[in-house]
Design a binder for this molecule. Sequence first.
Ligand code: HMG
Ligand code: MG
Length: 299
Amino acid sequence: DLPPRVRVYEVGPRDGLQNEKTAVPTEVKAEFIRRLAGAGLTTVEATAFVHPKWVPQLADAEELYPRLADLRGVALPVLVPNERGLERAIALGARRIAVFGSATETFSRRNLNRTIAESLAMFEPVIARAKAAGIHVRGYLSMCFGDPWEGPVPIHQAVRVARQLRELGCDELSLGDTIGVATPGHVLSLLAELNEEGVPTSVLGVHFHDTYGQALANTYAALEHGVTTVDASAGGLGGCPYAKSATGNLATEDLVWMLDGLGIDTGVDLARLTAASVWLAERLGRPSPSRTVRALSHK
Ligand code: HMG
Ligand code: MG
């Protein structure tokens, strides 16, 4: 059975923009987030408190975050890899953070300069301090299905790190198909194995990149399994600077088109969302790769 309602977890301003080569002005980012909120999105991942040399595009987090202070009714989670990042996020009043681990050793080193074990040791005090301060913690798990350097990722390997993130106290987990290689059967196998190993579907979200055009099919499979949190990026922006061959996330418009058609409530106004993506695409100087954005904006 499909769920009656889905929480769309918008990642465009973070996962989408982090991959843009040319610096996007802070006021454009702030306006983009406002337009996304205006379209009815209630969770918008705003930025990342990572090392500015690693992700230069998001080096303006201190300038951006305070500009969003008056946005009401919208959760604005931020990425935080370590205690330095947590301090920066707390100083600006963030109430939701996300740590980000990897199911593979190679990506863990490339993305965090740490082995998986070292990354978990880095997250432990972050999660403990955040939870003590009443901050909600999401745990991303990248490379759940395949890794550009290691190839297919065994399910037990992803399950092991997912369980470790849960044991550290993550309130929710987001299963990342960082390079977009997953197919629906693989998604269902991973979800079933996670349930077997004590990770309930209620804490799981899915995070698909659309490299091979499988993101919507994978999402549908996850919905049928009972997942109700789906990550997506407005206009299909994105990729990951530390994972070659990663392209944009599932486009939020493509997702909302499918969910609207299924009668699943999201609270998102597709016309306003499309307008926000077209507005940003004009500023970035190239069209959105989302099929739905193209179809709706050429009418
Ligand atoms: P490191 O070089 O090992 O850092 O990087 P370090 O701990 O050795 O510290 C070195 C210096 O950096 C120190 O300064 C720290 O203070 C400073 P110094 O004492 O030398 O002057 N520093 C910081 N400064 C500002 N903010 C910080 C911070 N941390 C340390 N937070 C580190 C380790 C984790 C910092 C680095 O690897 C990093 O920033 N990585 C981020 C990579 C990233 O953002 N990747 C993209 C997001 S993940 C993703 O997109 C996947 C996802 O979408 C899901 C999916 O699709 O699978 C989530
Ligand atoms: Mg991603």
